[in-house]
Design a protein around this ligand. Sequence first.
Ligand code: S3P
Length: 172
Amino acid sequence: MMNDGKRICLTGFMGVGKSSVGRHLAQILRSERMDLDFFIEKNERRKIVDIIDNDGIEAYREIESSNLQRLLDENSAQVISLGGGTWTVPSNREFIKNKGLTSVWLESTFEHCWYNIKFSHKERPLARDKEKAKKLFEDRKKIYCLADWHFIIKPEYSSYDIAKLIHDEYFS
Ligand code: S3P
């Protein structure tokens, strides 16, 4: 397999499948994967929902940025699943680029993301209200599209299918 230590980060809206696609992709590559949300909760010893609800979203973004830097400096995982807002911070985008990662925007419809949000166990403080979440979804499209790649998820794709397609296109 010719993957030459290439590194990829997955961005896109909450519920699009960044974590599950990342997990499958790392399995296919037999490489390590990191989930930024998980990394933050482990290092901060707090749940993201607790940070956002108690310290506010701006404080959370700072914590997220310093954890992103730490993760990319310390860890050589080939696949990194970002949080849905990580890519919206310009300095994070710059940092990711400078570290040589390829960014991939996983795009799906709002309804698909919302369905996953509703049925997931993960608490998402920025997606408690459907109308607000929909607005955030629309506002963020113009930022997600700054990613190196744009991968459109068709409804019939499973997260394994998506991982396999990304793998075949980019890593083989
Ligand atoms: C956020 C997305 C969440 C998490 C936090 C903020 C966002 O990650 O980082 O609740 O701003 O979109 P997921 O996209 O993995 O749900």
